[in-house]
Design a binder for this molecule. Structure first.
Ligand code: NI
Length: 172
């Protein structure tokens, strides 16, 4: 089964800095990505980083489709992002809710930079270079943090805004 077990907060692999990918266009990379996409889809995630399935390499995927049911949520392009580099382009941070497949059932309000530039490579070694704001920037920052061994609760300032989804949002 390509759907992998997702490691949960507390697992040491989630606390380590992942290694850069050195070879592109390989069967191994394709197979890691297939597992990552199957796992993200099965768990209905917006993104996934390789360390979450126990692979200590700098690979992240993310995708948020336009959904008329959630008009406030911006679409984020379906992206394979390898060996990413982030540049913060704003001094302003904004707070919004995040969740994580490695912190199941919980949500927290996390400050994130409003505008970033991110670079990296796709699985073929093509350069990706984008400016992102708002939710798109948030998704990228969350996933790239995973590659540096950081989970979103470590980015929070106010732990009173960290809790179980069913208690925070009982209407859903
Ligand atoms: Ni996450």
């Amino acid at each position: 089964m390509p759907v992998k077990n997702v490691l949960k907060m507390g697992h040491p692999i989630l606390q380590q800095v992942a290694e850069p990918v050195t070879d592109f266009n390989t069967a191994i990379l394709d197979s890691i990505l297939l597992d990552m996409y199957d796992t993200m889809a099965a768990l209905d995630g917006a993104g996934l980083a390789a360390p979450q399935i126990g692979i200590q390499q700098r690979i992240a995927i993310f995708c948020v489709e336009d959904n008329p049911r959630y008009p406030d949520i911006e679409a984020v392009p379906d992206t394979v992002l390898i060996n990413p580099e982030i540049t913060l382009l704003s001094d302003e941070f904004e707070l919004d809710w995040e969740g994580c497949l490695s912190v199941p059932g919980l949500r927290g309000r996390v400050p994130r930079c409003k505008k970033i530039k991110y670079c990296g490579y796709d699985q073929h070694g093509n350069l990706i270079e984008r400016i992102a704001t708002g939710f798109h920037a948030r998704v990228v920052l969350h996933e790239v943090d995973h590659l540096d061994g950081i989970l979103y609760p470590q980015r929070m300032d106010d732990m009173s805004e960290f809790g179980f989804e069913q208690e925070l949002f009982p209407e859903k």
